[in-house]
Design a protein around this ligand. Structure first.
Ligand code: AMP
Length: 482
């Protein structure tokens, strides 16, 4: 994505509005700190010689972030050197360690997307013994070799056997329910985006945080920052973002499935000021950095206005995820189907931590494969769901699919039974590691909701512990046409 120097000022403007808005709803945020897991990536060069790096790396490396003046509302436990360390392990290790050292000062815990925060919690689960040892002795693990990070951590790391014991007592039992509030008891909310593709992490985050509110503060992309949520403490389902008209020139392409099917003239672009409440639009931007009438690929629903500025609920990213033949299943539909099937897991104390899918077309008829990583809350009487339960989940997902899918399954037989492949714990983290090793940014990483790249499919398949198929065909009748 092209960008220019002055774009940083615009982004800074949006960032600078987040805490004043939050301050309207949560008092005393200037009396403590934020534990945020933020990361940079090393940069590369385009063939033409321009530097290329993820948008958040640009921001964290910028003067705006590094030389930010002291602001009591924006004090982080993570030293800037730890955030700027391009080695993901050392960066995460030192950020978590500093968060543990300052645990009572922490008032909010966050990452950019929900997946980043879950990765940090997983890191704590894997490394709490090392953290306890470092804190007990007051010496940083030799695994952290970056000199700037070591210097920054040395300023806050002193022997504290009491804290080390506390960490052991909280982590050794392997009970992770409510771990965020147990270790950081003054946390008032989680600052993570859980709208859009991130919605499926909500139950897992609720489990780890003991039900803390989750705030989705802003809506942005590599191409352009869009706007902010003026009611950040609302429920994730109610989140609307107010687009800031000064970030770019915004236009909207009405989404009208009936008109699209009728192959009439293409719909006309609508200006920001002219969008209608209740309508869905695809976002089109013309940016200061040179994108012209660029389709971001996001579908937004107009929920209302803040003064004259329209507000939007993020609906989905526009693209079809799965298709075997004429069926088209998008991300929102797959998400709904997974949510519906997950209801059947509740009596077992199990949740889907992460999922992805694949249109398996090697055999005829092809079928949908959904990869699930499960979390079973064993400490709370949960049990691993058996074969019948998972088969019922397969069928439940099929029942949740659109009429074209169900017709193909039930009447045409052109799609085979849906399959759930349960992968072992930690598989999706490996997937993330793989993506990061290939150049993805930790901050901006989102688990793909559909996989097509053969090495990724191989990785997933090599971690499968159980596979189950839908035992029956979903309901379909020519009359039930929706
Ligand atoms: P990237 O350029 O990789 O950071 O991805 C930007 C995309 O992430 C956007 O176009 C959206 O599809 C998604 N995204 C960013 N912020 C949000 C948000 N607050 N809620 C839902 N999706 C978001």
């Amino acid at each position: 994505m092209p960008t220019i120097q002055e774009e940083l000022d615009r982004r800074q403007l949006l960032y600078s509005l987040l805490m004043p808005v939050m301050n309207l709803y949560v008092a005393g945020l200037d009396k403590g700190k934020g534990l945020y897991f933020l990361f940079v990536k090393s940069e590369s060069k385009t063939p033409g010689g321009l530097p290329a790096r993820p948008v958040l790396t640009s921001y964290y490396k910028s003067h705006h972030f590094r030389a930010r003046p002291f602001d009591p509302y924006n004090v982080y436990t993570s030293p800037t050197a730890a955030i700027l360390c391009a080695d993901a392990f050392q960066s995460m290790y030192s950020q978590m360690l500093c968060g543990l050292l300052d645990r009572l000062a922490v008032l909010r815990v966050g990452a950019v997307f929900a997946s980043g925060l879950l990765r940090a919690i997983r890191f704590l689960q894997l490394h709490w013994q090392e953290f306890a040892r470092d804190i007990a002795t007051g010496t940083l693990s030799s695994m952290v070799t970056d000199a700037a990070v070591r210097d920054a951590v040395a300023e806050v790391l002193k022997p504290d056997p009491g804290l080390a014991e506390f960490i052991v007592s909280e982590c050794a039992a392997g009970d992770w329910a409510g771990v965020v509030t147990r270790i950081w008891p003054n946390t008032k909310y989680l600052d993570v985006i859980v709208t859009g593709a991130m919605a499926q992490y909500i139950p897992t985050l609720e489990y780890y945080s003991g039900g803390l509110p989750m705030t989705c503060t802003m809506y942005a992309s590599s191409e352009c920052y869009f706007g902010l949520n003026l009611r950040p403490m609302c429920k994730p389902r109610e989140v609307s973002y107010t687009i800031m008209p000064n970030m770019a020139y915004f236009e909207f392409l009405p989404v009208d499935p009936a008109a699209a099917a009728a192959s009439g003239p293409p719909p006309q672009l609508v200006d920001l000021a002219d969008v209608e409440v209740g309508q869905e639009y695809e976002l089109v931007i013309t940016t200061y950095a040179g994108l012209c009438r660029y389709r971001v690929g996001d579908i937004l629903h107009v929920t209302g206005f803040h003064n004259a500025a329209p507000q939007f609920r993020f609906v989905r990213r526009k693209n079809v995820l799965l298709s075997i033949e004429s069926d088209k299943t998008d991300e929102a539909e797959l998400q709904r189907a997974v949510e519906r099937a997950t209801e059947l897991l509740k009596p077992w104390g199990a949740t889907v931590v992460e999922y992805t899918s694949q249109a398996e077309t090697r055999a005829i008829p092809g079928h949908y494969v959904i990869y699930w990583e499960l979390l079973v809350k064993e400490g709370e009487g949960g049990r691993w769901p058996g074969k019948e339960v998972l088969q019922a989940c397969c069928l439940e997902m099929e029942e949740a699919m659109n009429t074209v899918y169900r017709q193909s399954r039930a009447a045409d037989g052109s799609i085979g039974p849906l399959e759930i492949r349960v992968v072992r714990g930690g598989t999706f983290e490996e997937l993330m590691d793989y993506a990061i090793a290939r150049g993805a940014s930790i901050n901006q990483y989102k688990a793909p909701r559909c996989v097509t790249f053969p090495p990724i499919i191989e990785l997933l398949d090599s971690r499968v512990v159980e596979a189950h198929f839908s035992p029956a065909t979903p309901e379909w009748s020519p009359r039930r046409n929706y």
